[in-house]
Design a binder for this molecule. Structure first.
Ligand SMILES: NC(=O)c1ccc[n+]([C@@H]2O[C@H](COP(=O)([O-])OP(=O)(O)OC[C@H]3O[C@@H](n4cnc5c(N)ncnc54)[C@H](OP(=O)(O)O)[C@@H]3O)[C@@H](O)[C@H]2O)c1
Length: 304
């Protein structure tokens, strides 16, 4: 397993996303958590809103039933989205959200807290107060963001005392605008515009971990590119490289993300233990430069 330094933590490069945990039976949920830990995948990504809180609750119940000591887990959650209504980075909301997450997860603290999506009305001083209060109370040990561009992070950093250790961003072979904008520089091509203020270069410069969410999807939840005939060429290359390395296509798609020299982590979304293990095998595959570019081109991107 490849590891990534995230703040003071050394975390597995493959993180277990828990957005889909709520739908499964309790037995399946327990098996899923147990299989993840057996494979060394002890970093779990949550959010207060996943399943309306039920994903955190289900995870908490599974951990309790399995009697897993807290120090065997690294727990991350997110706050700041009030579904269908607004984004809310007020002090009150952040603190309340964390209290809810730790209660549902059955823990005393979160290892990492991420601000989920930028709130247009956010006051960095209020966020700073919330972070200080949560840190002082021992409820959160490290802080990060999600879906934020460099200036938003800089604004936040100008007021908070803590480091921002991660930015969770959508990134996959079929959603690679963060990379294409860096290669189609000064072009009028589709991949040239940066939609996120060159966040990838910023994260590299500031040593902020990039947590790739939806690593197998394209568009905004439009679908999964694995086995989708719309991505025939990409699937062909993934299958061939999978044969070469003795792993599934999903592992090659994960290895493609992890081959990037930023501090990359893959946040998986499957709720099936077998698939999780297939993906995790990708953390032991190091694609060659030629292979990395072959996947990129097969996904439909161009090289000027
Ligand atoms: N920060 C944010 O804004 C944000 C947004 C979205 C998600 N996230 C995080 O990122 C995680 C991953 O997101 P995601 O669920 O969209 O990611 P994903 O891993 O790209 O997609 C997972 C979906 O693909 C399906 N799938 C189909 N074939 C698969 C295969 N061969 N291998 C693996 N999965 C396959 C899975 O179904 P099965 O369950 O049936 O395997 C699952 O529904 C979430 O759990 C959450 O923690 C963060």
């Amino acid at each position: 397993m490849k590891y990534v330094a995230v703040g003071n933590y050394k975390l597995p490069a493959v993180a277990v996303g828990c957005m889909g945990l709520a739908g499964a039976e309790e037995k399946q949920q327990r098996e899923f958590v147990s299989a993840a830990l057996d494979a060394g995948l002890n970093f779990f990504d949550h959010a207060d809103i996943y399943g309306g809180g039920e994903c955190e609750s289900a995870f908490g119940r599974a951990v309790k039933a399995l009697k897993i000591p807290r120090d065997k887990l690294v727990l991350q959650s997110k706050c700041g989205i009030v579904p269908g209504k607004m984004y809310d980075f007020s002090k009150e909301h952040i603190v309340e959200s964390v209290n809810g997450s730790i209660r549902r997860l059955g823990t005393d603290y979160l290892d990492l807290l991420l601000l989920h999506r930028p709130d247009a009305l956010f006051e960095p001083d209020e966020v700073a107060e919330a972070f200080d209060e949560l840190e002082r109370a021992g409820k959160v040990r490290a802080f990060g963001v999600s879906n934020m561009h460099p200036y938003q992070i800089e604004l936040l950093k100008s007021r908070i005392g803590q480091a921002i250790v991660a930015d969770q961003l959508q990134f996959s072979a079929a959603h690679a605008g963060m990379v294409s904008c860096g290669m189609e520089v000064n072009m009028l091509t589709a991949g040239a515009p940066s939609h996120d203020g060159y966040i990838l270069d910023y994260c590299r410069l500031k040593e902020i971990a990039v947590q790739a969410w939806s690593p197998f999807r394209y568009g905004f939840f439009e679908g999964v590119f694995l086995d989708d005939p719309k991505f025939e060429k990409l699937n062909g290359v993934l299958a061939r490289l999978g044969e070469k390395y003795g792993v599934f296509k999903s592992a090659i798609a994960a290895a493609w993300i992890l081959r990037h020299p930023a501090k990359m982590q893959v946040i998986t979304g499957t709720s099936k233990a077998a698939r999780l293990l297939e993906i995790a095998a990708g953390a032991d595959v190091v694609l060659t430069r030629e292979e990395w570019y072959e996947v990129y081109l097969a996904a439909g991107y161009m090289l000027p």
